[in-house]
Design a protein around this ligand. Structure first.
Ligand code: SF4
Length: 114
């Protein structure tokens, strides 16, 4: 089973609109729906926090402390498809930085649930 890390938009998560801390990303990973081609093990869930500078170090720390390097890193749907957009970076740029710094492929989005 693929091991994945998920990065959610903390500015959105903290507003509590049924966001990743609840179930959507986790269900999609568990049952293999949305952007997951098959069920995947979520080995870390990192919350981006404005202005986003801590994402890469947080992913690194999660991998170090858990002793599990993810096979892929997913940007949550609330981050990848944000409306209004993130004022600090584009999801594409953030994905590029994560890929460059970690060497792990980044997938844009996690689920299609509402
Ligand atoms: S920097 Fe952007 S993606 Fe990160 S928490 Fe803030 S608004 Fe969300």
């Amino acid at each position: 089973m693929e091991k994945v890390a998920i990065v959610g938009c903390g500015a959105y998560i903290d507003q509590g609109y049924g966001c990743p801390g609840e179930w959507r990303c986790l269900k999609a990973a568990a049952v293999g729906e949305g952007k997951f081609e098959s069920p995947a093990a979520v080995v870390s869930f990192v919350k981006c926090q404005c202005p986003g500078r801590a994402v890469v170090p947080s992913l690194g720390m999660a991998a170090k402390l858990s002793e599990i390097k993810p096979d892929k890193i997913y940007l949550s749907s609330c981050l990848a498809n944000a409306v209004p957009k993130c004022p600090y970076t584009s999801a594409e740029d953030l994905a590029g930085v994560i890929k460059e710094k970690t060497g792990v492929d980044v997938v844009m989005g996690t689920h299609d649930y509402h």
